[in-house]
Design a binder for this molecule. Structure first.
Ligand SMILES: [Zn+2]
Length: 175
Protein backbone atom coordinates (compact mmCIF):
# COMPACT_ATOMS: atom_id res chain seq x y z
CA UNK A 1 0.00 0.00 0.00
CA UNK A 2 1.42 3.40 -1.00
CA UNK A 3 1.65 5.19 2.31
CA UNK A 4 2.77 8.57 3.70
CA UNK A 5 3.49 7.76 7.33
CA UNK A 6 3.15 11.39 8.45
CA UNK A 7 -0.44 11.52 7.25
CA UNK A 8 -2.85 9.75 9.57
CA UNK A 9 -6.16 8.79 7.96
CA UNK A 10 -9.27 8.42 10.15
CA UNK A 11 -12.64 7.30 8.76
CA UNK A 12 -15.82 8.29 10.63
CA UNK A 13 -19.49 7.46 10.01
CA UNK A 14 -18.75 5.31 6.95
CA UNK A 15 -22.07 4.48 5.22
CA UNK A 16 -22.82 0.84 4.47
CA UNK A 17 -22.49 1.30 0.71
CA UNK A 18 -18.94 2.62 1.07
CA UNK A 19 -16.02 0.19 0.94
CA UNK A 20 -13.97 1.57 3.87
CA UNK A 21 -10.92 -0.51 2.94
CA UNK A 22 -10.72 1.01 -0.55
CA UNK A 23 -11.38 4.53 0.71
CA UNK A 24 -8.49 4.17 3.14
CA UNK A 25 -6.23 2.84 0.36
CA UNK A 26 -7.23 5.76 -1.90
CA UNK A 27 -6.67 8.31 0.89
CA UNK A 28 -3.16 6.97 1.59
CA UNK A 29 -2.43 6.86 -2.13
CA UNK A 30 -3.52 10.49 -2.66
CA UNK A 31 -1.61 11.68 0.43
CA UNK A 32 1.57 9.85 -0.61
CA UNK A 33 1.32 11.10 -4.21
CA UNK A 34 0.59 14.74 -3.32
CA UNK A 35 2.64 15.10 -0.12
CA UNK A 36 5.65 12.78 -0.52
CA UNK A 37 7.95 15.13 1.39
CA UNK A 38 5.69 16.24 4.22
CA UNK A 39 7.78 16.09 7.40
CA UNK A 40 5.28 17.12 10.06
CA UNK A 41 2.38 14.97 11.05
CA UNK A 42 -1.14 15.78 9.96
CA UNK A 43 -4.43 13.98 10.46
CA UNK A 44 -7.04 13.79 7.74
CA UNK A 45 -10.44 12.68 9.04
CA UNK A 46 -12.90 11.60 6.36
CA UNK A 47 -16.51 11.60 7.41
CA UNK A 48 -19.81 11.24 5.60
CA UNK A 49 -22.92 13.35 5.91
CA UNK A 50 -26.39 13.45 4.44
CA UNK A 51 -26.76 17.15 5.37
CA UNK A 52 -27.71 19.45 2.50
CA UNK A 53 -25.33 22.07 3.84
CA UNK A 54 -22.52 20.41 1.90
CA UNK A 55 -22.86 22.15 -1.46
CA UNK A 56 -20.69 20.06 -3.76
CA UNK A 57 -19.87 16.40 -3.51
CA UNK A 58 -17.35 17.03 -0.73
CA UNK A 59 -15.57 19.78 1.18
CA UNK A 60 -12.59 20.21 3.46
CA UNK A 61 -12.61 21.91 6.89
CA UNK A 62 -9.87 22.83 9.31
CA UNK A 63 -8.88 25.22 12.04
CA UNK A 64 -6.83 27.84 10.13
CA UNK A 65 -4.22 28.12 12.91
CA UNK A 66 -0.79 27.61 11.33
CA UNK A 67 0.57 25.13 10.73
CA UNK A 68 -2.67 23.27 10.11
CA UNK A 69 -2.55 19.79 11.61
CA UNK A 70 -6.10 18.51 11.43
CA UNK A 71 -8.20 18.38 8.30
CA UNK A 72 -11.71 17.00 7.94
CA UNK A 73 -12.97 15.96 4.53
CA UNK A 74 -16.75 15.79 4.49
CA UNK A 75 -18.17 13.48 1.84
CA UNK A 76 -21.75 13.61 0.68
CA UNK A 77 -23.45 10.39 1.74
CA UNK A 78 -25.19 10.11 -1.59
CA UNK A 79 -22.06 10.10 -3.76
CA UNK A 80 -21.21 6.71 -5.18
CA UNK A 81 -18.48 4.78 -6.99
CA UNK A 82 -15.88 6.58 -9.08
CA UNK A 83 -17.35 10.03 -8.36
CA UNK A 84 -16.71 9.56 -4.65
CA UNK A 85 -13.07 8.60 -5.31
CA UNK A 86 -12.57 11.53 -7.68
CA UNK A 87 -14.13 13.95 -5.14
CA UNK A 88 -11.83 12.55 -2.48
CA UNK A 89 -8.86 13.21 -4.82
CA UNK A 90 -10.09 16.79 -5.32
CA UNK A 91 -10.26 17.41 -1.57
CA UNK A 92 -6.79 15.91 -1.05
CA UNK A 93 -5.50 18.47 -3.58
CA UNK A 94 -6.80 21.16 -1.20
CA UNK A 95 -5.25 19.39 1.80
CA UNK A 96 -1.91 19.56 -0.04
CA UNK A 97 -2.38 23.28 -0.81
CA UNK A 98 -3.15 24.17 2.83
CA UNK A 99 -0.69 21.72 4.42
CA UNK A 100 2.26 23.03 2.38
CA UNK A 101 1.27 26.68 2.92
CA UNK A 102 0.80 27.36 -0.79
CA UNK A 103 -2.70 28.42 0.27
CA UNK A 104 -2.98 30.49 3.47
CA UNK A 105 -6.18 31.85 5.00
CA UNK A 106 -6.10 35.49 6.13
CA UNK A 107 -9.82 35.62 6.88
CA UNK A 108 -12.81 33.71 5.55
CA UNK A 109 -12.91 35.72 2.29
CA UNK A 110 -9.25 36.52 1.92
CA UNK A 111 -6.45 34.09 1.19
CA UNK A 112 -2.88 34.12 -0.02
CA UNK A 113 -2.32 31.82 -2.98
CA UNK A 114 1.40 31.28 -3.52
CA UNK A 115 2.03 34.61 -1.79
CA UNK A 116 -0.55 36.57 -3.81
CA UNK A 117 -3.68 38.24 -2.34
CA UNK A 118 -7.05 36.78 -3.30
CA UNK A 119 -10.40 38.11 -2.09
CA UNK A 120 -13.11 35.65 -2.92
CA UNK A 121 -16.63 34.58 -2.19
CA UNK A 122 -17.63 30.93 -2.28
CA UNK A 123 -21.18 31.84 -3.31
CA UNK A 124 -20.11 33.77 -6.39
CA UNK A 125 -19.37 32.33 -9.82
CA UNK A 126 -15.73 33.28 -9.41
CA UNK A 127 -15.42 29.91 -7.63
CA UNK A 128 -14.91 28.32 -11.05
CA UNK A 129 -11.94 30.57 -11.80
CA UNK A 130 -10.10 30.39 -8.48
CA UNK A 131 -6.56 29.13 -9.17
CA UNK A 132 -6.57 26.58 -6.33
CA UNK A 133 -9.89 25.19 -7.59
CA UNK A 134 -8.62 25.03 -11.19
CA UNK A 135 -5.59 23.15 -9.94
CA UNK A 136 -7.73 20.66 -7.97
CA UNK A 137 -10.12 20.24 -10.92
CA UNK A 138 -7.15 19.64 -13.20
CA UNK A 139 -5.60 17.00 -10.95
CA UNK A 140 -8.62 15.11 -9.57
CA UNK A 141 -9.22 12.75 -12.46
CA UNK A 142 -5.53 11.97 -12.97
CA UNK A 143 -5.08 11.11 -9.30
CA UNK A 144 -8.07 8.81 -9.39
CA UNK A 145 -6.80 7.20 -12.63
CA UNK A 146 -3.37 6.63 -11.02
CA UNK A 147 -5.01 5.10 -7.95
CA UNK A 148 -6.98 2.72 -10.16
CA UNK A 149 -3.86 1.79 -12.13
CA UNK A 150 -1.81 1.31 -8.94
CA UNK A 151 -4.30 -1.30 -7.71
CA UNK A 152 -4.84 -2.78 -11.16
CA UNK A 153 -8.53 -1.86 -11.19
CA UNK A 154 -10.27 -1.89 -14.56
CA UNK A 155 -13.66 -0.43 -15.43
CA UNK A 156 -15.41 -3.71 -14.69
CA UNK A 157 -13.82 -3.80 -11.23
CA UNK A 158 -15.30 -0.46 -10.26
CA UNK A 159 -18.06 -2.14 -8.32
CA UNK A 160 -15.38 -3.39 -5.95
CA UNK A 161 -14.83 0.22 -4.88
CA UNK A 162 -18.36 0.46 -3.56
CA UNK A 163 -20.05 -2.11 -1.38
CA UNK A 164 -23.15 -3.68 -2.72
CA UNK A 165 -26.17 -2.47 -0.78
CA UNK A 166 -28.57 -5.20 0.15
CA UNK A 167 -32.15 -4.11 -0.17
CA UNK A 168 -33.52 -5.12 3.22
CA UNK A 169 -36.93 -3.58 2.55
CA UNK A 170 -37.84 -5.98 -0.20
CA UNK A 171 -40.27 -8.75 0.62
CA UNK A 172 -39.93 -12.08 -1.19
CA UNK A 173 -41.88 -12.25 -4.41
CA UNK A 174 -45.06 -14.36 -4.11
CA UNK A 175 -44.61 -17.77 -5.70
ZN1 LIG B 1 -12.38 22.50 -4.47
Amino acid sequence: MLHQRNVKIVLVDVPKHVNADFVEKAAHFYAATLLPKLRRRITVTIRWTYSRKVIGTAEVEFDPTHPIRDFTIIMRGKSRGWLMYQSLAHEFCHVEQWATGRLVEVDDKWVLWEGKDYRWDIDSLSYWDLPWELEAMGKEYGLYAKFKAHYGLKGKDLKALTNRVRNTDSTPAPI
